[in-house]
Design a protein around this ligand. Sequence first.
Ligand code: HEM
Length: 400
Amino acid sequence: AAGLVIGAAGGAGVSAAVSGDGTAAGTGAGGAPALTTVGATEVMFHGKHQAGITDPLQSRGHLIAFDLAPGAGRKEAIALLRRWSVSAKALMAGKAPAGDTGVALDAGPSSLTVTIGFGRTFFDRTGLAARRPAQLDPLPAFSSDALDPRRSEGDLWVQIGADDALVAFHALRTLQKDAGDAARVRWQMNGFNRSAGATAKPMTARNLMGQVDGTGNPKPTDPDFDRRIFVPAGATGPAAWMAGGSYAVVRRIRMLLDDWEKLPLDRQEKVIGRRKSDGAPLTGGTETTELELNKLGPDGKLVIPDNAHSRISAPEQNGGAAMLRRPFSFHDGIGPDGTPDAGLLFICWQADPLRGFVPVQRKLDRGDALSEFIRHESSGLFAVPGGPAEGEYVGQRLLE
Ligand code: HEM
């Protein structure tokens, strides 16, 4: 997978020059309108890891879970993964699959990524229970969970991201149609992030609470990044097929925005322990300055409160537990109670959920200041195998 600006929602900051009549001002060879860098950016389908994990956040995302249809087993699953892989490879290269709808015809690849994972139940349905990783054991229940089982888990999970809404939708429709009689949609969620080029320079994204979100993420340049995020290449045992893969924890987290927005700025900042304007720690410096967790203010109290979200979730406070958070925001209109049905499609990646999401969420669940402003509404845990080699389909090392 290419381009590793984690948390930087913006692309190269190049905006399309559009003339008064709405046509792109730049023209390419033969007078055809040139694609901007946004449209032209292509992410590779083949590689050590699947795309869509370390790539920059895209401005559009779809998460879609499928269950194998009644009667479908390993054979149908293999055929489906082959179809999905053929489509994903073509779409990510900006090519239209056979019998295409034409929805994405004029657009380039637009950083499209398609990422495919397996849920716990997939292994029973396909007679592969002996090869199910222990890492797919159900997550513990948390006291603040309000999970809707119909929007949780699933046999198969697909994450689609692209910097163009039509490209993303097109990929979603193509994969959904590819499912044919083999699998049925269990749930779908739609998300978004800031558009590339919306800010003067690439910046860490903001979430719908207005916070700079993604600062503390492990960086691909960190010496322990691979070990934390990916299953090692030399993995052995029944789940050796996961070498180069990663586990995704997916939570639809509703933000109680009416309550949050009533909170004065200084209290909002204490909830996280960082400044809202630029994401810098309340103990000073810039966005990337380390938090000074023991620093006291003039009133003798901790500047970053005991229950501040960034204190509780920091790897130093959790025996080194770390994850790569790569979310999308969502907004599904106004709920029956008149409040926005909006929040975070929280997706985090790790080599082992018991060394990433679980210990951190356990601790947050015990009294994080953010908890009263959010509600976990659905949950999924998926084994996302390593990237397919040339000629391989996603999951081949498990299925054959
Ligand atoms: C840090 C927001 C849920 C784990 C942060 C930061 C913000 C934030 C603003 C500080 C900036 C940064 O380092 O990215 C939120 C919101 C959430 C949410 C709005 C829910 C809607 C979660 C959950 C987990 C989590 C469920 C994991 C169980 C972390 C971690 C950090 C962090 C690990 C980085 C800590 C560090 O490295 O110092 N979050 N968060 N967050 N959050 Fe969350």
